[in-house]
Design a protein around this ligand. Structure first.
Ligand code: FPP
Length: 253
């Protein structure tokens, strides 16, 4: 919280204390949007927005861990993001490598398990090897599962799941009649994880953008105008407080 005045620190603590620890969302998913606009407003290159965005990743992961959130899913790079200018893609990959190199020990000490949602085969060698190392090192951790969606697209994920199911049916690993929601779910990147309770999107856009389409069937959506590089821990507490005000009915009355 470096840089905050005493009053601001007290205000943040107040918000944090208002969060009902018995009604926490188990799984929070975030579409981190608005890095480019944050930079543009400051006459900086777009990559400066991504760099500041990494600072918020660190802050939000820490805040989720401290609160007792069990699963946090961050949309870091979509299958469509490859179409951005090469230097922007390179910077995003570089930031990911730096993040993993600098933060891995801290994440591990704090019992965070890193997982990737997406096909990492298409990633350049360096980010791929750092990711593999991070997954391997943290594989037995239990406190917070941090899913990083990388080269992720939900429709691809669903199609891949269907292909794998067809394969398993063909080789008699499962019977067609056995396929149900629970079995299908296991073929997605999120596997046995609970579905997101809360989906946050920053920067004022109100779209799902090919993110966790199957998993968000009953998620609560929280859209905020705040740009991702400005989304600090107090904004997370506000989102959770809003979530806790909502009544979740899952189609029942
Ligand atoms: C959207 O902003 C953000 C992204 C496409 C990338 C998000 C990546 C990070 C925050 C950094 C890397 C992540 C990790 C986990 C270390 P935008 O560029 O679409 O913004 P705009 O809509 O304002 O142009």
């Amino acid at each position: 919280m470096f840089g905050n005045t005493r009053e601001e620190i007290l205000e943040i603590e107040k918000l944090k204390n208002l969060v009902d620890k018995n009604k926490l969302p188990r799984h929070i998913a975030i579409i981190m949007d608005g890095n480019g606009r944050w930079a543009k407003k400051r006459f900086l290159p777009r990559t400066a927005g991504h760099k500041e965005g990494v600072e918020r990743v660190k802050e939000i992961v820490k805040a989720c861990g401290n609160l007792g959130i069990e699963y946090l899913t961050l949309y870091a790079f979509s299958t469509e993001n490859w179409a951005r200018p090469k230097d922007e893609v390179d910077t995003l990959m570089k930031l990911l490598v730096e993040y993993l190199r600098k933060e891995l020990d801290t994440l591990h000490r704090n019992n965070v398990k890193i997982k990737v949602l997406g096909n990492i085969e298409r990633l350049p060698d360096l980010p791929k090897s750092e990711i593999v190392r991070a997954i391997e090192k943290t594989k037995n951790n239990k406190k917070l599962i941090l899913n990083i969606a990388l080269n992720y697209g939900s429709r691809d994920e669903i199609i891949e799941a269907v292909k794998n199911i067809v394969h398993d049916v063909k080789y008699n690993k499962i019977d067609v009649e056995e396929i149900n929601k629970e079995i299908f779910k296991k073929y997605l990147y999120t596997g046995d994880q609970p579905d997101p309770d809360l989906l946050i999107r920053t920067s004022g856009e109100q779209r799902v953008s090919n993110f966790l389409l199957y998993q968000i069937a009953y998620s609560e959506f929280y859209f905020t105008d705040t740009l991702w590089p400005d989304f600090k821990e107090e904004h997370l507490y506000k989102a959770i407080l809003e979530y806790q005000k909502r009544e979740r009915r899952f189609g029942k009355i």
